[in-house]
Design a protein around this ligand. Structure first.
Ligand SMILES: [Cu+2]
Ligand SMILES: [Zn+2]
Length: 187
């Protein structure tokens, strides 16, 4: 009888320990999921300046990087500029309602990454094929989607595609010509 009691005592003592270990593992998994949370927003480009340019642009924020992917149609073959402009207002027929390049850090217009500074909207040029289609892939840790840092937050700005090429030199916007597609970046 005495032996039996000791065994039962030992068993019931171990069980509560196991439950506690399982619970703390579950908590750790929940925290990891929150850190890896991905923000993604997608927009349709609307034609401007009597163009036929359309397509979609997606912004995804993951681990401090924002990845932009655009797929565009209806372009003329060759090189075109794409920028982020300062206002999410595509209401005018020429796209000029979006204002100038988004430049929250008061830098000169230039090629992205230039030593002398560049606009946070200076994405650059891309090439459309003979069918007028193009894809643009861009990624940076200098943007965010909806964070509190206004030198990084792309929400409230616009994506503009130009008919011409950004020369990375002319001020204030690279002499890229007419604005042929527009979308506001809204959340
Ligand atoms: Cu532009
Ligand atoms: Zn610029």
């Amino acid at each position: 009888m005495a032996m039996g009691l000791i065994l039962i005592g030992a068993t019931s003592c171990k069980q509560p320990k196991k439950e506690t270990e399982t619970k703390s593992e579950e908590v750790v998994e929940e925290v990891k999921e929150e850190i890896i949370e991905v923000k993604s927003i997608k927009f349709s480009m609307e034609p401007k300046s009597d163009s036929n340019v359309g397509g979609e642009v997606t912004f995804t924020e993951e681990n401090g990087n924002v990845i932009m992917k655009a797929s565009l149609t209806g372009l003329t073959e060759g090189e075109h500029a794409i920028h982020i402009h300062e206002k999410a207002d595509c209401s005018s027929a020429d796209g000029k309602s979006t204002g100038g390049h988004w430049n929250p850090t008061f830098q000169p217009h230039a090629k992205w990454g230039a030593e002398g500074g560049y606009h946070k909207g200076d994405i650059g040029n891309f090439v459309a094929d003979a069918e007028g289609n193009a894809t643009v892939d861009f990624a940076t840790n200098e943007w965010c989607i909806g964070c509190d840092d206004e030198t990084k937050n792309i929400v409230g700005k616009a994506v503009i595609v130009h008919q011409g090429v950004d020369d990375y030199t002319s001020q204030p916007s690279g002499a890229a010509g007419a604005r042929v597609a527009c979308t506001g970046i809204i959340q």
